[in-house]
Design a protein around this ligand. Structure first.
Ligand code: NDP
Length: 281
């Protein structure tokens, strides 16, 4: 679906339709798994008690799982020893089809992430999953936020062939996994970060810009070229209001298309996580 928002901007790349398109077969797929494999998808989230902020995110995943009858287990450990014990239990348990680590975690524990069995790595965060993604293997879960960007571009029929695409932000969950996916679509990829010197020149020459830095309203109209396509991954809060890395009001007359925040990449990310959890059975 394409929605015009003003006379200059052609497209508001809203996420609801993209997410609904991803979710449309979930119920049917789960019923089929129950019938044929006599199993139910089951995700376990492992964490350490005390991080209230990330619990909000986990609770949203639980709500989404409940909606589809997916089993959801949260195991919060009191210390590192208990975390390792919980992890050992779920790794071996055949009823548990997916494992997630609640981040952030102490470094020592965080490194255990590579021991998540590949078939249970629903977030695609292990070194093995990341390596497979980079060399183009198909049997791999892709980090959901990065994939949400690709799903958006595909849903709105935005062809990347020969385009200059710039990703701003080089994290392991967004920027880096986007590189092979964008390359795969025959675009020329540039990735910027906090030490990039000539970022404004690069952005001015970009047909598509993907912002993932976590700086509210960072991208302004003077930094983009006329008719650029802008994807906003950023989630920032100002006075309790969610805003992206792009100054939407400032750029909207100059951009060709833009994803809103909220209502853009975030809701697609949530749908893709459920997709990976269903695939894990
Ligand atoms: P990280 O903090 O891990 O990475 C931020 C990246 O931005 C780093 O590579 C950093 O560069 C770069 N950066 C920071 N400031 C600048 C700057 N001024 N100019 C250029 N590059 C800069 O963030 P995440 O990747 O985890 O998240 C990015 C944003 O996306 C956040 O707002 C987060 O909330 C949001 N997010 C949204 C999701 C969704 O579902 N929509 C899911 C996950 C994240 P350097 O490496 O040099 O430090």
């Amino acid at each position: 679906m394409v929605l015009s928002i003003n006379k200059n901007m052609e497209l508001l790349l809203e996420g609801k339709s993209v997410a609904e398109n991803i979710k449309k077969d979930f119920q049917k797929r789960i019923e089929k798994i129950k019938d044929e494999k006599k199993k139910v998808p089951c995700i376990t989230v492992l964490g350490i008690t005390g991080d209230e902020a990330s619990l909000t995110y986990i609770k949203r995943i639980e709500k989404n799982c409940n909606q589809y009858g997916i089993n959801f287990i949260l195991k919060l450990a009191k210390n590192e020893e208990e975390f390792i014990k919980n992890f050992d239990e779920v790794k071996e348990n055949e009823e548990i089809t997916g494992i997630m680590f609640q981040q952030p975690l102490p470094k020592k524990i965080s490194e255990l992430i590579n021991q998540i069995p590949p078939e249970k790595d629903v977030e695609g965060v292990t070194d093995l999953s990341m390596g497979k993604l980079f060399i183009g293997k198909e049997d791999v879960n892709i980090p959901c936020t990065s994939k949400a960007v690709i799903e958006t571009l595909e849903f709105y029929n935005i062809d990347l062939t020969g385009k200059n695409v710039t990703i701003v932000g080089r994290s392991n969950i967004v920027g880096k996994p986007l590189i092979p996916q964008i390359l795969n679509k025959n675009a020329t990829v540039t990735i910027c970060h906090s030490k990039t010197k000539n970022m404004n020149d690069i952005l001015k020459n970009s047909d598509i810009i993907i912002m993932a830095i976590g700086k509210a309203k960072f991208l302004k109209k003077e930094m983009i070229k006329e008719n650029a396509i802008l994807i906003d991954v950023g989630i920032n809060f100002e006075d309790g209001k969610m805003i992206g890395d792009i100054d939407f009001e400032d750029v909207k007359e100059k951009a060709y298309a833009i994803t809103p925040v909220p209502g853009g990449i975030g809701m697609i990310t949530n749908a893709l996580l459920i997709d990976n959890i269903i695939k894990s059975v």
